[in-house]
Ligand binder design. Structure first.
Ligand SMILES: [Zn+2]
Length: 423
């Protein structure tokens, strides 16, 4: 299948769930025993997989407050640890639950996991890699971003198998018999990745039951309309806010730091959830409006300083004549891109994000790709010529837009740059 036909096909889909498979699995559970997928009753012990994000933290509160469960949270973190925002968010909710529900509070259990598989590890022909990724995962218009979540598509197996290990251990050591595991996947996630669908969760549930010969194990995620456990991101958010939880203290951003970036797909879907819930978003964002053309000059300067710092550009080189406008730009080696029917699609191998550029963005991209050393200054001239821009007002607008576009691309490692050779 060609990339273009794949993109056309998946754009029409809005959910990865496989209703047919789901029904067949449900029938198997029915034939084995009577208990359906109803939620456990008050005071039942359950495990919740916690990430520090809005959904899992909100779910911790909801399961404790609304469903009166004894929640034992487990945090899986990679070797390089979670980012500081995630730890802070977990600390906030830990404190809140322990104070407001002392009889239902259980300290989160932290488990370090080795770094999982990532598509960026594969060293094969780039075209092959692109087709491998898009065939298995989908593009979506959630939050206005075409995103392909590719990294570590099998992590759920790791999480569940490790969780089961702890459940066994706790049964022996602490005399707690846990049969229920909750995961903070929300319906919006099922639109982005196959991993986050009810059919996948049920199939892992079935595998688990087959391994243990025990059909009373239950995996839950708020994706289950049929059994009345269905909450969108905005529902979880609204429930938390209505019960005096400062949910803005959760962490969604794909980047590390103290302030949300406001531009990545996670930040965008967070903003959207607040909007849908009808609540003011009190989250602090670096880019509150998310529009790359709205990046102020100050942020551009800060970004350049950050880049200088990261690549250890010597201050004496940096301070003389170091303006981004004169930098020679190139397509970052971590990016695979392709032009389909004149439209540029780019896939970032590290973040796993696939997006497309608009007409002007695509033109700029091709100019950078086709030249060995183009500068922003030269790009402005090219765009002016291509789009017949000859008045001062429009020129000012495109200069600002191009600078913002490039800064954003540099910040997200789509474009690299080097200092122009001095004669
Ligand atoms: Zn972000």
């Amino acid at each position: 299948m060609s990339i273009s036909s794949f993109l056309m096909m998946t754009n029409k889909m809005n959910n990865f769930d496989d209703e047919d498979t789901l029904k067949q699995i449900d029938d198997i559970f029915h034939s084995k025993q009577t208990r359906s997928f109803e939620l456990p009753g008050p005071n039942e012990p359950v495990v919740l997989l916690l990430s520090g994000g809005m959904d899992s933290l909100g779910l911790w509160f909801m399961l404790t407050h609304k469903y009166k469960l004894q929640v034992y949270p487990i945090i899986f973190y990679p070797n390089k640890s979670l980012n500081s925002g995630q730890w802070k968010a977990i600390a906030y909710m830990t404190n809140l639950i322990s104070k407001r529900f002392p009889n239902q509070f259980h300290k989160p259990h932290k488990i370090k996991l080795a770094r999982g598989f990532s598509y960026s590890d594969i060293k094969i022909n780039e075209k092959e890699l692109l087709s491998l990724i898009v065939r298995n995962l989908s593009t979506t218009d959630v939050a206005g971003t075409k995103a392909v979540v590719t990294n570590n598509p099998t992590r759920l197996f790791d999480y569940i198998s490790k969780t089961i290990g702890y459940i066994q251990k706790w049964k022996l050591q602490r005399n707690i018999d846990i049969k229920f595991i909750f995961i903070g996947f929300v319906p919006e996630d099922a639109e982005i990745s196959r991993e986050s669908t009810l059919s996948v969760i049920r199939s892992i549930n079935l595998t688990l039951s087959l391994i243990f010969g025990d059909y009373s194990y239950r995996l839950f995620a708020p994706l289950d309309k049929k059994n009345g456990f269905f909450y969108k991101k905005s529902d979880i958010l609204r429930y938390a806010i209505n019960n005096n939880v400062e949910i803005e203290k959760s962490w969604s951003c794909m980047k590390s730091g103290n302030i949300h970036c406001g531009l990545c797909p996670s930040c965008k879907s967070r903003k959207l959830a607040f909007k849908h819930a009808g609540h003011r978003d009190k989250t602090r964002y670096i880019h509150p409006y998310g529009d790359i053309t709205a990046i102020p000059q100050k942020v551009i300067r800060q970004t350049i300083a950050k880049i200088q710092n990261r690549f250890r550009i010597k201050p004496n080189i940096a301070k003389t004549n170091f303006t981004i406008i004169k930098m020679q730009l190139f397509i970052h080696p971590d990016v695979i891109w392709n032009s389909v029917d004149g439209k540029v699609y780019r896939l970032h191998k590290t973040s796993g994000i696939l997006d497309s550029l608009n007409d002007v963005g695509g033109f700029i991209w091709r100019c950078i790709a086709n030249s060995s050393a183009v500068t922003i200054q030269e790009l402005i001239v090219m765009v002016k010529k291509e789009y017949y821009i000859n008045n001062k007002k429009e020129e000012k607008v495109i200069t600002k837009d191009i600078s913002a576009f490039i800064t954003d691309a540099i910040e997200k490692s789509y474009i690299g740059f080097k200092k122009k050779n001095m004669k």
